[in-house]
Design a protein around this ligand. Structure first.
Ligand code: 13P
Length: 279
């Protein structure tokens, strides 16, 4: 029970033929329900947040304290990960706050620049016994509103990137997007198979929400050991809020937050099971 390096948990997951859910954290209700869902299913989880998210909670240290509290309260195995850090300062503040893994996302830069800053961030992470994730190719979407300008990972770059950076797990771009898909999701599984044949580090899939489960299961079988989920659990939370607004008075917050809390728990359990019951 406790917080572990993320790559350690990912390797264990891969040896069992499953992937771990990496769930975005933005406030205490969702952090608590991620922990409860992990306890309920008996499967480790990854708590993760980008700087915009942990700053809404009062900083990386505030998030880290909250996560550590719930990990101990519910007796689970977990990792705490910086998602989409954009600066070396982000990496440093998370390492200092007790995260067990960090990502520096320089995936919009050209290869040499991405590799150089990733190598610098990896050194900082490793000095604190944290694992390090980088992204090669670019998974787009989110607030940019455009899902069309992803850059797929180029297999010919993978081995050199891993060698230069010392990255412990690699986020690949194989057709997912952050947020809602425009059009039919279609993962490039041949590309994933090629990448997986080149390196033996576990691979990460960003933009898990809305991706058909048969495609996710195929990706897990090919080497994806972590699936990032934000939109699907946030939408579940918002549906819970709508239900509360329709039926409950805002004057009793303790009751008002029961529907969103239940919605978060149910959705997180559903996703953990989807990723750990691979057919
Ligand atoms: P979704 O919002 O599509 O689930 O993506 C989340 C993500 O990849 C966070 O890094």
């Amino acid at each position: 029970m406790g917080l572990y390096r993320m790559d350690t948990l990912m390797r264990q997951a891969r040896s069992k033929g499953i992937a771990l859910g990496a769930f975005e954290c933005w406030e205490s209700l969702n952090i608590q329900n991620i922990a409860k869902a992990s306890q309920f299913t008996g499967v480790p989880v990854i708590f993760q947040a980008s700087p915009a998210e942990y700053n809404t909670m009062g900083g990386a240290d505030a998030l880290a304290n909250m996560v550590k509290f719930y990990v101990n309260k519910y007796g689970i195995d977990a990792a705490l990960h910086l998602d989409h850090g954009s600066t070396i300062e982000n990496v440093e503040e998370c390492v200092k706050s007790g995260f067990t893994s960090v990502m520096l996302d320089a995936s919009t830069l050209v290869f040499a620049e991405n590799a150089a800053i990733s190598a610098e961030a990896a050194k900082i992470a490793h000095a604190a016994d944290c694992s390090f994730e980088a992204e090669l190719g670019h998974v787009t979407g989110g607030d940019s509103g455009s899902n069309a300008d992803s850059a797929l990972t180029v297999p010919a770059e993978v081995v050199e990137f891993v060698k230069i950076t010392g990255v412990d797990c690699l986020a690949v771009s194989i057709g997912t997007v952050h947020g809602d898909y425009r059009g039919e999701p279609k993962l490039h599984l041949d590309l994933l198979a090629e990448i997986a044949s080149l390196v033996d580090i576990p691979l990460v899939l960003h933009g898990g929400s809305g991706t058909p489960i048969d495609q996710l299961h195929a990706a897990i079988k090919l080497g994806i050991a972590k699936i990032n989920i934000c939109t699907d659990i946030h939408k579940a939370f918002l549906r819970g809020i709508e239900e509360a607004r329709a039926t409950l008075t805002p004057s009793v917050p303790g009751n008002f937050y029961i529907p969103p809390s239940k919605a978060l728990f149910d959705k997180t359990v559903e996703m953990i099971k989807l990723f750990s019951e691979v057919r």
